[in-house]
Design a protein around this ligand. Structure first.
Ligand code: RNT
Ligand code: ZN
Length: 415
């Protein structure tokens, strides 16, 4: 690719009424929240070797897993340097950076100070998640819905502390920190007291969310799920549960692409849900047959999500987070490949001649619409992406492959 390829592409898109420079300017303003847990297989830094639990599990043992916060930040620095634009970090509570070993109900903002310092130095906004898994008190696959009040109170305290930490991040960084609540609660076999469990979860959430914080500092999100390993019969926090909760309690709704029936598309849900909730959080992922959290590809599912965000004018009220974990390939490459794919999908959506497509649809010319969507796939999106990477000073193609390999080789001897 050369600059003249971009000039030609600009003209070709221009013929369709699409301004490629405007699309690139827009793309540069869309932050994506990278998930800290891709770098270390969802282990965290509490110094205990609990498996991830809650039915989530990274598979593989590729060399180079980050073993401490410094290694994770170094890996993230490398990943961000190979992703065009300025992006956020989505941190889990179990990733604190402190010589102390506070339990989940003891964490405080000071345990995260090195993260905040690093984020501010590098212009990354921080998002946050309470960690309701990989802990002895989560071993029953019940936390906020546990029948034992002592266990519930422990997790409620954790949830409250996480909101305080997130709000402090938000105040310090000048952009709201999204605090996303996902709990693994559920049952392997059919429970008789689904109703009681859901009432319990609701009551616990209400306690966690009771303290008011400035929306400029903290936004709360809740994440539903259909099922997980070990909780096949019932997930207490199902989609209906959290959709209703988010609407009634005015929280964000988090839609994870792996948390629905495999043929259900969250792209279709965005416009519907957006009529009832102000803001949404995405966990962009790739479920292969189940909630397997594969690295996302530039495939139809991701393109459909990006298109809905653009067509529905939802980018301004949707926070894009990522959620996959693959330990069978280079973990840093997994961040870079997937995040770039999300951006490529957004770019393709921004390069669609929306007016032309809409005109065909409004005229009920579905044949014309189909001709258009399929012909448009052949437009030179690659040259525009290449231009974006050049402007943002990140490599593509063989240079990218070289960079990814070189970095992976430098971390391969981690024990
Ligand atoms: C689990 C949820 C949740 C987690 C992270 C680590 O099924 O998707 O978002 O993946 O909190
Ligand atoms: Zn998720």
């Amino acid at each position: 690719m050369t600059r003249s390829d971009y000039a030609a592409a600009r003209e070709i898109f221009g013929d369709w009424g699409v301004d490629t420079d405007a699309a690139l300017d827009r793309l540069a303003t869309i932050p994506i929240s990278l998930h800290c847990w891709q770098g270390d297989d969802v282990v965290g830094f509490e110094g205990v070797t609990a498996t991830s639990g809650g039915g989530i599990q990274a598979t593989g043992n590729f060399p180079g897993r980050a073993r401490n916060p410094d290694e994770l930040r170094a890996d993230l620095d490398f990943a961000y340097a190979n992703i065009p634009g300025t992006h956020r970090l989505n941190l889990h509570a179990s990733y604190y950076d402190s010589p102390e070993r506070p339990d989940r109900d003891e964490i405080e903002p000071r345990h995260f100070t090195p993260w905040l310092d690093w984020a501010r130095e590098n212009g990354h906004g921080l998002d946050f998640n309470p960690t309701f898994f990989a802990h002895p008190r989560a071993d029953d696959n019940l936390t906020l819905a546990h029948p034992d009040k002592g266990i519930r109170d422990f997790w409620i305290e954790h949830g409250k502390r996480c909101r305080e930490i997130a709000a402090q991040f938000g105040a310090a960084q000048g952009s709201a920190c999204i605090d996303n609540i996902w709990v693994p609660d559920g049952y392997k076999d059919h429970p008789v007291a689904r109703m009681a469990a859901r009432r319990q979860l609701e009551a616990s959430l209400d306690e966690i969310l009771a303290a008011p914080f400035a929306p400029a500092h903290l936004r709360d999100a809740v994440e539903s799920k259909l099922f997980g390993l070990g909780v096949e019969a019932c997930t207490v926090g199902s989609h209906e549960f959290y959709y209703g909760y988010a609407v009634r309690k005015n929280t964000l709704l988090c839609l994870d692409m792996g948390h629905f029936h495999p043929t259900e598309s969250i792209a279709d849900k965005l416009s519907a849900v957006s009529l009832s909730v102000d803001e949404m959080l995405l966990h962009v992922s790739r479920p292969m047959r189940w909630d397997s959290d594969h690295v996302i590809l530039l495939n139809d599912d991701i393109l459909a999500v990006a298109q809905e965000l653009v067509y529905g004018d939802l980018l301004g009220r949707t926070h894009i987070g990522l959620d996959w974990f693959d330990a069978t390939i280079s973990r840093t490459a997994a961040w870079v490949i997937g995040t770039r794919n999300m951006q490529k999908a957004l770019l393709r959506a921004l390069l669609q001649p929306i007016g032309t497509l809409r005109a065909a649809e409004e005229a009920l010319d579905f044949t014309g619409r189909l001709v258009l969507t399929e012909e448009l796939k052949d437009l030179p999106h690659g040259a525009v992406w290449e231009e974006f990477c050049t402007r943002q000073d990140v490599p593509t193609g063989k240079a990218l492959l070289r960079d990814l390999n070189t970095y992976q080789a430098s971390v391969a001897d981690r024990g």
